[in-house]
Design a protein around this ligand. Structure first.
Ligand SMILES: C[S@@+](CC[C@H](N)C(=O)[O-])C[C@H]1O[C@@H](n2cnc3c(N)ncnc32)[C@H](O)[C@@H]1O
Length: 213
């Protein structure tokens, strides 16, 4: 038996494609998943808690789904904000392949499923929504958040769902200490053993045009 985890780059286990029915953005949909990716048989309970406790999405802009898996968060965002561009980012090539397959089957042309280094450097995100990979270990998780959180646009929010018994409170404390100036970290919700953590990036409000008399 192999010891692949869902976060390896190219899982060696048999692909084992399957179709499941899920409700995303209020629509019952058939999607394709596979062995070797996260939660292939159902919508993950944490992801469901995130959906139930996040505010409406901005109407447009670039959005990040950090650690996309087969794509439930990306698909939800693409359906809810058809004028936005959704970056589905994962290190697992099979997961990215499933996101592309699902986007195509659902006629969603606004999802870009790519590895982390393929996101253009100049893009800033109007929102980040994520069920991040906790089991990769603190070092990798912290590196990931230090890479992506600073790419939030000014006056924009990230929502992350984390299981309480996998360290949501210590992650919140670490984020508070790490993203100090210009950010605030809070708990947006607690439900079913998960916390939804909110990261707000502050910024100056847009300047009003001055009327010259
Ligand atoms: C908890 S799963 C969530 C999957 C999906 N968003 C969902 O809600 O079902 C986290 C995902 O993060 C991915 N991942 C692990 N390390 C990563 C990294 N360094 N950068 C981006 N994604 C990563 C894993 O491959 C996995 O698909």
């Amino acid at each position: 038996m192999g010891s692949d985890h869902y976060f390896t780059a190219a899982p060696a286990s048999a692909e084992n494609l399957r179709t499941i029915t899920v409700t995303l953005a209020g629509r019952e949909l058939e999607v394709t998943t596979a062995g070797g990716v996260f939660s292939p048989d159902r919508l993950d309970a944490g992801t469901a808690v995130l959906f139930a406790n996040m505010p409406p999405l901005p109407p447009s802009g670039d959005f990040l789904d950090l650690g996309s898996g087969w794509g439930p968060i990306s698909i939800t965002m693409a359906l809810a904000s058809p004028h936005a561009t959704i970056w589905a980012v994962d290190v697992n090539e099979r997961a990215l392949d499933l996101v592309r397959r699902n986007a195509e089957a659902l006629g969603l042309t606004n999802i870009r499923a790519v590895t982390p280094d393929a996101v253009p450097e100049d893009i800033v995100f109007r929102t980040i929504r994520s069920n991040p990979p906790i089991r990769v270990g603190k070092g990798v998780l912290h590196d990931m958040l230090q890479k992506w959180i600073p790419r939030l646009d000014e006056r924009s929010d990230a929502y992350l769902v984390v299981q309480r018994n996998l360290g949501s409170d210590s992650l919140q404390r670490w984020m508070d200490a790490t993203f100090d100036e210009g950010y605030s970290i809070s708990r947006a919700a607690t439900a079913k053993g998960f916390r939804v953590l909110k990261v707000r990036r502050h910024g100056n409000p847009p300047t009003e045009p001055i009327d010259l008399v």
